[in-house]
Write a new protein. Structure first.
Length: 212
C-alpha cells in the first residue's frame, strides 16, 4: 500500500513539474525577441525625453560649431581643452547619464579636429600620476616619451553645460515637454565664455517611458 502511494505521489510530482515547464515555455514564447535598431532614428521604445537620435544630432551639431570658432580650432598652437561631464549639470526631469553626451562629443571632436585641438584627459589624471611615480622611482623605464617633469597638462578651456526642461499638462493627461541642452566653453584663466551652443526640442504625448 505504501509503495503504491509513493508511486502515485512521484507520478503526480512529475506531472506537475512537466506542466510547470510547459507553462514557462509558453510564457517565454509570448515575449518579443531583441531587434537591432538604427541609433540615428527613433526606435520602438521612445518617450518625451532625450533619445539616442538626439544625442547623435546634438553632438554632431556642437562639434561643427566648435570647429568654426577661431579660439578653439584656428590657433597656431592648438589649445588644450577638457570635455567631460564634470561641469555638465542635469536640471531636467529626465534621468540621464551625462557622460553619454560628453563622451561622444569629445570623441567626435577629437577625430574631426585633426590636431587643431589638444584634448586633456582629466578623468585619467590618477592613472597618469601613478605612472609618473613609477617612472620617477625607477620601477619602470621612461618609455619613448621620457619621464617628463611631473606636471600634467593644464586646460586652456573646459566644457560646461546644462540640461533643463519645462513641462505642461492638460486635463486629459497629455504632457508637453520642452528640453534645452546648452554647451559652453569656458576660458580657464578668466572665466569668460568663448563659445556657446544650444540644442532644443519639444515633444508631446499621453504616455512617457522610463529612462534609466
Amino acid at each position: 500500500m505504501n509503495r503504491t502511494l509513493s508511486i502515485v505521489a512521484a507520478s503526480t510530482l512529475a506531472l506537475l513539474a512537466a506542466a510547470d515547464a510547459s507553462a514557462t515555455r509558453a510564457k517565454n514564447l509570448t515575449g518579443r525577441p531583441a531587434v537591432n535598431i538604427d541609433i540615428g532614428r527613433g526606435g520602438p521604445v521612445s518617450g518625451l525625453g532625450i533619445e539616442g537620435q538626439d544625442i547623435l544630432a546634438m553632438t554632431d551639431q556642437m562639434m561643427r560649431d566648435m570647429l568654426s570658432v577661431p579660439e578653439l580650432a584656428g590657433r597656431d598652437t592648438p589649445p588644450q581643452v577638457i570635455i567631460d561631464g564634470e561641469n555638465f549639470a542635469n536640471d531636467s526631469v529626465q534621468r540621464i547619464n551625462k557622460n553619454v553626451i560628453t563622451n561622444r562629443l569629445r570623441v567626435a571632436l577629437n577625430r574631426a579636429a585633426a590636431g587643431r585641438i589638444t584634448f586633456v584627459g582629466r578623468h585619467f589624471s590618477k592613472m597618469v600620476a601613478e605612472e609618473q611615480e613609477l617612472k620617477a622611482n625607477g620601477v619602470v623605464d621612461v618609455g619613448t616619451l621620457g619621464a617628463g617633469n611631473g606636471a600634467q597638462a593644464g586646460a586652456d578651456y573646459r566644457l560646461g553645460g546644462e540640461i533643463t526642461t519645462q513641462e505642461s499638462r492638460d486635463s486629459s493627461g497629455m504632457t508637453q515637454r520642452y528640453t534645452q541642452i546648452t554647451f559652453e566653453m569656458v576660458d580657464m584663466r578668466r572665466g569668460t565664455i568663448v563659445w556657446s551652443g544650444v540644442y532644443e526640442f519639444g515633444r508631446a504625448g499621453a504616455d512617457d517611458v522610463i529612462y534609466r
